[in-house]
Design a protein around this ligand. Structure first.
Ligand SMILES: NC(=O)c1ccc[n+]([C@@H]2O[C@H](COP(=O)([O-])OP(=O)(O)OC[C@H]3O[C@@H](n4cnc5c(N)ncnc54)[C@H](O)[C@@H]3O)[C@@H](O)[C@H]2O)c1
Length: 262
């Protein structure tokens, strides 16, 4: 969705901040939309390796490189055409801006740390597009509105439009164009924090906790979540439920994939 609504076009140079599950998928999506170069930015080596190996994109470790200068270098001196921020309100950085953001957040003078989106805005080429995929809750400080205005940037953001994108994403996962299996790094209870949640940050190799649906004798998904032909209006469906029916393809496909050992 970030690559699509960010307006990635064939031949573009695209930079993606954050190589978690969201950033890796956005980076791959940019390639699938025809971007010429896609550069994934993070500090966790295992995630950067995953982005290179499975998503087929270039990487930058922001703890070792001046990101803005490097992006300029890799985009013919202009900056990326599209910059996607897939980090969100808990952004980290090695620079003084991070200390500033952290102090203001802890003093409740801002709700979120806009460290990565700020860098994306500064790095983007004039007339380019910045898409905010990372989640922000409220107010941020030192937002470079002057750069947005003077460079003529297009700035967008969104929560994923599930009903619009998920059927297409599942099709691409099924054809192998969009690899996701490597992201499910800890489907069990190992590595949990004292509060019972998985400690995703504890080890760099961890990306996603995930539930494993029952694959024999049932899907593990309640049928009513996917639409039921025996409910609602003629044909069994009210208009608003219609897109959800497409999800009914999911369990079968998952079962087939797992049975095939993919
Ligand atoms: N828009 C949507 O529909 C949607 C959907 C799901 C999740 N999200 C949001 O997307 C964001 C990413 O999700 P995720 O699951 O991949 O999270 P994640 O925590 O697994 O990944 C975030 C990555 O960003 C990296 N990072 C931190 N600071 C950085 C910086 N300054 N520059 C570059 N990388 C930096 C971290 O090292 C980490 O690997 C979160 O804010 C999440 O809430 C959005």
């Amino acid at each position: 969705m970030g690559a699509d609504l960010g307006g990635v076009k064939p031949g573009d140079v695209v930079a993606v901040w954050g190589a978690g599950g969201v950033g890796q998928v956005a980076a791959r999506a940019a390639l699938l939309l025809g971007a010429e170069r896609v550069i994934s930015i993070d500090r966790i080596p295992e995630r950067l390796q995953q982005a290179e190996k499975y998503m087929g994109v270039e990487t930058i470790d922001y703890t070792k490189t001046d990101v803005t200068a490097e992006l300029k270098e890799r985009s013919g001196g202009r900056g990326p055409d599209v910059c996607i921020e897939a980090v969100g309100m808990e952004a980290h950085s090695t620079g003084p801006d991070f200390l500033y953001d952290q102090a203001k957040q802890q003093l409740r003078l801002q709700t979120d740390r806009p460290t990565a989106i700020r860098e994306a805005i500064y790095a983007c080429r004039k007339g380019g597009s910045v898409f905010c995929l990372g989640v922000f809750a409220g107010l941020v400080d030192k937002f470079p509105l002057g750069a947005v205005m003077n460079k003529g940037l297009t700035l967008r953001g969104a929560q994923q439009h599930g009903q619009r994108y998920i059927p297409m994403l599942l099709d691409r996962i099924a054809t192998g164009e969009l690899p996701t299996r490597h992201l499910a790094t800890h489907p069990d209870a190992a590595g949990r924090r004292p509060d019972g949640l998985p400690d995703v940050q504890a080890e760099g190799g961890r990306v996603r906790p995930c539930g494993v649906p029952a694959v024999t004798g049932g899907t593990g998904f309640p049928a009513h979540r996917f639409g039921r032909p025996d409910r609602g209006s003629p044909g069994g469906l009210r208009g608003t439920h219609r897109p959800l029916l497409r999800h009914s393809r999911v369990p079968g496909r998952l079962r087939a994939g797992i049975a095939a050992g993919e």
